[in-house]
Write a protein that binds this ligand. Sequence first.
Ligand code: ZN
Ligand code: ZN
Length: 75
Amino acid sequence: MPIYECRKCGQTVESSSMPGCGSCPKGGCHSWMILCNRPGNTTWQCRKCHKTLNCETIPGCGSCPGGGCHSWVRL
Ligand SMILES: [Zn+2]
Ligand SMILES: [Zn+2]
């Protein structure tokens, strides 16, 4: 199942379809976008915010609290 990330609060959730609005701590709805289409055994870490994610292929840009895209490196 794809992993989605909220571009406002950075919360991640695994879901087969776009998750619902929910309640974003930054206000209003979460703003979901796909971070990883194929979760797997490869661990990636963002050099800027140190978030980690298990994904077969390099995760998407997402929204890094450090600014701009996450900067993924394979662990
Ligand atoms: Zn959110
Ligand atoms: Zn980051």
